[in-house]
Design a protein around this ligand. Structure first.
Ligand code: V47
Length: 380
């Protein structure tokens, strides 16, 4: 392997990694440029196995997007509808949203992941009552809800500070925050693809605040559109810098751009090779974030399996009722059962471990039942 590392000119990076020294911006750019993708994957896998061995985490979760009405006009988004009267625009009543959880009463779901469009027509009480209702229906459920972009929007719309918004949501039952809305932190890209939502500094400030309040959060990166390799590395380093201060990020989640039904549909989707590389480089650059998540809905099932050898140790979860990716062209099934997830992890040569949102291990024996009538997935 040393010969191959030398042939690729990565001896100094290998030396740093062995000594557990942090990689630099230039190192990240070189990892993206290195033609030997399998070598980059091998280095990332070494880091992954040092932290987690063969363990691969997943959880039993349900998605809910109570409204897709959204004031923002992000070029990559196929989910949002700018007007409440537009075809396919929807806003659930609280009862309709709660029914989604009630309908899953027989499933051992541990997490509800809720995100929304930036809807100007709803009162703040819609969101607090939403959370309170979920906790009434299922007191033990973990509520991972609202991106930092939504928190910023709520604060501006309802005349509150970011901290007041978070406090009221926590009082209503919020347990943690997902990582959506990060896209690419560089201003150049944000101005082009998501000009009318909160900027990178505010996104990061809200995560900092959430961490200070004791909430754990995730951070994402939308790749494979107009961003440069340098902007990807910059994005990773900004997440790493915040993590140095707070330690509050649980997982970094690269999200592969899907071009169907949105304003960037002329762009090609990122290749499998690109996806494997982005996850591998993330594992190598983010020495202070425990988990690299391969979101199988975004990568596809087979690439997610391969990514388990390219730095990824977490597959998100059963992900029932996901809309954002399915509306943008993802052809994966609508949800997988926990037994399907375990089988695909084992088929990839790894060991599945069910976790809760905070990475406590859950014993899965009691819920082997299929999660959805449509969840018949072929394992790659
Ligand atoms: O912020 C939207 C992305 C994100 C498209 O925290 C698209 O555990 C690709 O954040 N093609 C929402 N991506 C999803 C998300 C997420 C996913 C899994 C786990 C977690 C977590 C968070 O989806 C958005 C945006 O970056 N997105 N449209 C598209 N056409």
């Amino acid at each position: 392997m040393q010969t191959r590392i030398a042939a690729a000119g990565l001896e100094d990076i290998d030396t740093k990694l062995r000594a557990r020294q942090r990689l630099s911006f230039d190192d990240g750019v070189r990892l993206f440029a290195c033609p030997d993708l399998l070598l980059v994957g091998w280095l990332a896998n070494r880091e992954r196995e040092r932290r987690h061995g063969a363990r691969t985490f997943y959880n039993f979760n349900l998605r809910l997007e109570p409204t897709n009405v959204c004031e923002a006009n992000c070029l990559f988004c196929s989910f949002a509808r700018q007007k409440a009267t537009a075809p396919a625009a929807y806003t659930m009543t609280l009862e309709q949203a709660w029914d989604k959880l009630r309908a899953r009463a027989s499933q051992a779901i541990t997490e509800l992941h809720v995100v929304n469009g930036l809807n100007p027509h709803l009162p703040f009480s819609y969101y607090t009552e939403l959370l309170q209702g979920f906790k009434r229906i299922r007191p033990g459920i973990h509520l991972k809800c609202f991106t930092a972009v939504e928190i910023a929007y709520f604060a501006d719309l309802y005349g509150m500070t970011d901290e007041q918004v978070l406090r009221e949501l926590v009082d209503a039952g919020l347990n943690s925050m997902p990582g959506g809305g990060a896209e690419i932190f560089a201003d150049r890209v944000r101005r082009k693809i998501c000009a009318d939502k909160c900027g990178a500094n505010r996104y990061l400030a809200i995560h900092r605040l959430a961490h200070r309040m004791g909430l754990r959060t995730n951070v994402t990166m939308l790749y494979g559109h107009i961003e440069t390799v340098e902007e990807r590395v910059d994005h990773m380093l900004r997440a790493r810098a915040l993590q140095d201060d707070t330690g509050g990020f649980q997982a970094f989640i690269p999200l592969a751009f899907h071009p169907d039904n949105n304003a960037m549909r002329k762009l090609p989707a990122p290749t499998a090779a690109e996806t494997l590389r982005v996850h591998a480089v993330a594992r190598l650059m983010l020495d202070n974030i425990d988990h690299i998540k391969g979101f199988w809905v975004a990568t596809g099932v087979e690439v997610a399996q391969q990514a388990l050898w390219f730095g990824v140790d977490d597959l998100d979860g059963t992900v029932q009722e996901e809309k954002i990716y399915h509306m943008a062209g993802s052809v994966v099934p609508d949800g997988m059962s926990t037994s399907q997830l375990r089988a695909l992890v084992r088929a990839a040569g790894r060991e599945p471990y069910e976790r809760d949102t905070l990475y406590n291990i859950v014993t899965p024996a009691s819920h082997d039942a299929p999660v959805a009538a449509t969840a018949g997935v072929a394992l790659g």
